[in-house]
Design a protein around this ligand. Structure first.
Ligand code: HAM
Length: 414
């Protein structure tokens, strides 16, 4: 019967088959990241709204239209986190992590919330795996972070991945460039979309992201920041590139690369995937050398990235397979139920997976159920205390010594 209640628009339930796939993705990620010294951090699912206004930036789409913001009972403005970098920087400052050995390398897995128009690969509650390396401005950190994400996607088998790389320079270089870009946009204002025109003063870079033909034409001849990098910014970017090349990482410079968050400085990158269609980015990130200071901490350079778990799963195109159980304990006689319960516990303590009938089925029903849940073997406990072990694939059945049941099942499972 269809329920009158459904998961809210843009959200979804993670059912067990999907949960297994997700667990593999998360485990692989955390293992790869742990080997590079990244430790888990978890921050709350909601924060003071101002953290995101200051951190992510008031001119961004995220802050302007996508945040789930509400007042709590004390009248404070609270926002469900739309991203993880600002909260982690808040935690870094709050816990005085600048006193720890630098850089502090953190990784996280969890849900994030953006009020976007839902479509394939874009949800209102989604999940990210991310890292932040805080307290280093070395180009080595940029190259290492990018390589970790490349390795993760390769290890998971995400097909058709391409890396796009850009640099936004330092804020000073950027503001000179932004003036030049605004002048170009103003000179061609008539051809720009209404949205781009409205944001020409506050966020002219977003014009590179526009879909309409008029704006795209104007942007084809726009000056790009990568070509305007000078001094230390240019040297930093050159070194990141050289390190990636020496490591054999294939990338493409994308002079029009922009990201939807205001905190980025210098290196930015995006991993896109052929399989993903319109929402083609599987993950991305960059440097944010000014964010910690902006949030009240000491000047602290940092870099990080995040990948969307749903986008990884979409790119992999996998559907979950049923798990196998080592054994199902069936009873030929209801008098054996207590023994089945005890044996199941014993098998589990020995590290095996075991289930028993919880629905009072007859023997035939129990065998059918064991088959449906993917049990590899069924132990049939007979009324006289003896036991039969049946292999579900071959149908073969043999008597096992009642005193050595765990050994018999364990020996076959290994
Ligand atoms: P972001 O580019 O906004 O960056 O998001 C990172 C990834 O999250 C995207 O590449 C995408 O896979 C996934 N994602 C974003 N929005 C959605 C959505 N509505 N539905 C499904 N997946 C989505 C950040 O969040 C930065 N905090 C990354 C970062 C970390 N930069 C430095 N450190």
């Amino acid at each position: 019967m269809p329920s009158k209640y459904q998961a809210p628009r843009g959200t979804f339930d993670v059912l067990p088959a999907d949960a297994r796939l997700r667990q593999r993705v998360e485990r692989t990620a955390v293992e790869i990241l742990a080997r590079a010294g990244y430790e888990r951090i978890a921050t709350p699912a909601f924060e003071d709204t101002e953290l995101f206004e200051r951190g992510v930036g008031r001119s961004t789409d995220i802050v302007r239209k996508e945040m789930f913001t509400f007042e709590d009972k004390g009248g404070r403005s609270i926002t469900l986190r739309p991203e993880g970098t600002a909260p982690i920087c808040r935690a870094y400052v709050e816990h005085g992590m600048h006193k720890l050995a630098q850089p502090v390398k953190l990784c996280y897995v969890g849900p994030f919330f953006r009020h976007e128009r839902p479509q394939a690969g874009r949800y209102r509650q989604f999940h990210q795996i991310g890292i932040e390396a805080i307290g280093t401005d070395s180009p080595l950190a940029d190259a290492e972070a990018i390589m970790l994400l490349a390795d993760l996607l390769a290890e998971l088998g995400v097909p058709g991945v391409q890396l796009r790389l850009g640099s936004l320079g330092s804020p000073r270089a950027r503001s000179a460039y932004l003036e030049e870009l605004r002048a170009h946009l103003r000179a061609n204002e008539a051809e720009l979309s209404k949205d781009v025109r409205a944001r020409l003063e506050i966020n002219p870079l977003r014009a590179f992201d526009a879909d309409d033909a008029g704006t795209r034409d104007v942007m084809a001849s726009a000056p790009t920041l990568v070509d305007r990098l000078e001094g230390e910014d240019a040297a930093h970017f050159a070194e990141v590139r050289q390190l990636l090349e020496a490591a054999g990482v294939v990338y493409e410079i994308d002079p029009t690369l922009v990201r939807g968050l205001d905190y980025y400085t210098r290196t930015i990158f995006s991993f896109v995937c052929d399989e993903l269609g319109a929402q083609s980015e599987v993950g991305g990130g960059g440097r944010y050398d000014g964010l910690i200071e902006q949030l009240g901490g000491p000047p602290t350079p940092a870099i990080g990235w995040a990948v969307g778990i749903e986008r990884i799963l979409l790119a992999l195109g996998e559907t979950g397979s049923a798990p196998e159980r080592d054994a199902f304990l069936a009873v030929a006689d209801p008098g054996q139920r207590q023994r089945a319960l005890a044996l199941a516990a014993e098998l589990r303590r020995a590290g095996l997976s075991a289930e028993l009938d919880l629905a009072g089925r007859g023997l035939k029903g129990q065998l059918k159920h064991a088959d449906r849940i993917g049990a590899r073997r069924v132990l049939i406990l007979e009324a006289d205390g003896s036991a039969q072990l049946r292999d579900m694939a071959s149908g073969e059945q043999r008597t096992v010594d009642a005193a050595a049941i765990v050994e018999a099942i364990g020996g076959e499972a290994r």
